[in-house]
Ligand binder design. Sequence first.
Ligand SMILES: [Zn+2]
Length: 434
Amino acid sequence: MTTFWCEHAWVGGAAPGVVVEVDDGLITALSRAATPPAGAYVLRGMVFPGFANVHSHAFHRALRGRTHADGGTFWTWRRSMYELAATLTPDNYLRLATAAYAEMVVAGVTVVGEFHYVHHPPGGGRYADPNAMGDALAEAALAAGLRMTLLDTCYLTGGIGTALSPEQQRFSDGSVDAWAERALSRSDHPRTRVGAAIHSVRAVPRAAIADIASTVAGRPLHVHVSEQPAENEACLAAYDLTPVRLLAESGALGPSTTAVHATHLTGDDIATLGSSHTAVCFCPTTEADLADGIGPARELVDAGAPLSLGSDQHAVVDPLAEARALEHGERLRTGRRGRFTPDELITALTSAGNAALGWPDAGTIRVGAPADLTAVRLDSVRTAGSRPEQVLYAATAADVHTVVSHGAVVAENGRHTRLGDVGRLLTETIEELS
Ligand SMILES: [Zn+2]
């Protein structure tokens, strides 16, 4: 058994002097003490439940700082991403993902949703183990000390009514049945679950969306939705429906589904997502980096859609910055402050994120929950003077000083306790791919 003493902890609000007792990775008792009990591991500053990074493509980390010279659009960025995807193997993806996940851990993340579609060898075919790539990701998450939901992604077409391009061949299983047989036959590990994803209405035809929705019942189902206006235009032209309406009419929305991005929505789309209690995952730093736009986050939450956050292409891996960018986007588009309360932003970063990934008991500091804790300094150059309950508006990932995952300390002062210097690890693995 381990005892942690938190100078301040987020237990539905900021509270001083919280004692967290942990056994076998789970919180077994909570109490209050003004000073640390004898033998307790002391967590100074503000301790949050570990953060959930709900939308990740681990390999995109190798594009950071490399796609800006020529400007371009989402679609020119995608060409660079496809060139990178073509270099991945199970071995080098294990190393790259381990480094990318280690960066998440030192930033305070304790659970990731990996939206995984690089399934097969370049050009198609199958690895000897057809799940070699997904298994490499799961192994990487365990090595980094992250819980994971592997959102195994169905990807069948290059666009609506368009054949796959050569570089997209390795993303496809050829049919929903083949995808389901490969992806959903795996068994869950206590800390790695298998969920499902529809890549987008561009990559999965209407009939296949309905087949997936009826196949995955109960598992988390994620889908990229309306990230770019061009996707909406193509969907309207082909089906006379918006992507949200197409998903709704295919039976793909509901509380187990998460719509990722949800940027360019109609009023009817917002009402449809909200009334079906479909979750939404915003990725504000990615949506800024790729010039996607600012989605209607407040309207979606008000309509009934739970909100979570993801770093997506990892131009930034900083959950605190992600939450702040969400709120800043709201302020910029409405001219009003305080669109989301600190409690709403922290819920998005923690319990709502875990729920979107199929871990409804995680992401809170309470008895029975996984002991995932992220401690943030209140005395750094960025945070000094901040009130504990408002530190979210000042802190960055650099202020995360200790991360506890499943009861074990996995990061201290920016270093991973098992993997060491994460900057070195990232440099080596990205150079290997170049
Ligand atoms: Zn994505």
